[in-house]
Ligand binder design. Structure first.
Ligand code: PEP
Length: 349
């Protein structure tokens, strides 16, 4: 139902669940004891609005005029100004407190003897690295070999996917519990190749993430826009949607166990890397989105990686950016020397 309303002065004790108000003049309105959960207000004039004793859980107010508006006596515009001047700056200041993670995504590469040879070479090269978490995400068939080859080293092992059910009639699938039982620590979820070739959706990524967390795994959840979406200038919308859907229903304490990999789809396996500024811009946007959804402390704690043709030559610039806390590396993780160079770049980043 669409209603045109002017000069509202009091909306009282109503339930406005999922109400969407746009391009409206709501100056001087008073909302009192309302259930305003999920309300979306866009491009409205909310000057001198007074919201009292109302439930605003999940409410979204965007591009609105806010001067004089108060929520339970707090001046919203002043609060926003304070946020912009202090908190948003600070959001990018704590890189040193986050864990840098360089994870290799081997994709469908390497037999077991090849996997062992690569890890044997790598472990010698990175033995003295302490400040970067090193992860090799390998095909399911290589997990046991990889776990044995890296036992007692600073290299952690991850899988490249897991199913969301615990067990059952899902031929060809592997559960999170099966991985955890082996000693696997990480799992890549929502990789664009899974979304593109195996019809994975944000809904199944969300379910897989929940299953992985329940099994005690650390999910590396991939998000990223298509080239077409970037060209249409909707990168932020795409990323915000993925973040909201992929982590829907996941509590802050669990979110802190996740890693987010920003992987622009157009840069994966193509040799086209996002510029360091493009990577920083989207990683910062992901952190700001998390701050809105979960609070600044959670956003500050989460490792956000860049992935997409990162290699020995471009890694240092990418990981030097304030919001880029490491990388998810495909092709370059298959060469021990290149992968080591990237890890060392992250150590200095
Ligand atoms: C990836 O597989 O996640 C990836 C980033 O691949 P590449 O580094 O080869 O682009």
């Amino acid at each position: 139902m669409n209603i045109k309303c002017e000069n509202i002065t009091l909306i009282s004790e109503c339930s406005s669940n999922d109400l969407h108000i746009e391009r409206s003049g709501l100056q001087n309105a008073a909302f009192s004891e309302n259930d305003m959960r999920g309300i979306v207000i866009e491009q409205c004039n909310l000057s001198n609005n007074c919201v009292r004793h109302s439930d605003l859980t999940g409410a979204c107010i965007e591009s609105c005029k806010l001067d004089g508006m108060t929520i339970d006596g707090i001046n919203v515009q002043q609060m926003m100004d304070f946020y912009k001047n202090n908190f948003k700056e600070n959001l990018t200041m704590n890189k040193a407190t986050r864990k840098a993670i360089i994870a290799g995504n081997w994709k469908m590469n390497k037999t077991r003897p090849e996997a062992k040879a690569l890890l044997d070479e790598l472990k010698g090269m990175v033995a003295d690295i302490k400040t970067v978490e090193i992860v090799a995400c390998v095909p399911f068939t290589n997990l046991e070999t990889a776990l044995a080859a890296t036992e007692g080293t600073n290299i952690k092992i991850g899988a490249e996917n897991c199913h969301f059910e615990k067990s059952g009639a899902f031929t060809g699938e592997i559960s999170a519990d099966m991985l955890a039982e082996m000693g696997v620590e990480y799992v890549v979820l929502g990789h664009s190749e899974r979304r593109q070739y195996f019809a994975e959706t944000d809904e199944t990524v969300n379910k897989r993430t929940k299953a992985a967390l329940a099994a005690g795994l650390k999910p590396i959840v991939c998000v990223g826009e298509l080239l077409w979406e970037r060209e249409c200038n909707i990168t932020e919308e795409v990323i915000a949607r993925q973040i909201k859907l992929d982590f829907f229903g996941i509590k802050a304490a669990d979110l802190k166990k996740c890693v987010i990999a920003y992987e622009p789809v157009w840069a994966i396996g193509t040799g086209k890397t996002a510029t360091a500024d493009q990577a920083e811009e989207v990683c910062a946007f992901i952190r700001a989105t998390l701050a809105k959804l979960y609070g600044a402390d959670v956003a500050e704690a989460i490792t956000i990686q860049y992935g997409g043709s990162m290699n020995a030559a471009n890694a240092a610039e990418l990981v030097s950016k304030k919001n880029v806390d490491g990388g998810l590396i495909g092709g370059a993780s298959l060469k021990a020397a290149d992968f080591t160079t990237i890890i060392k770049a992250a150590e200095n980043g």
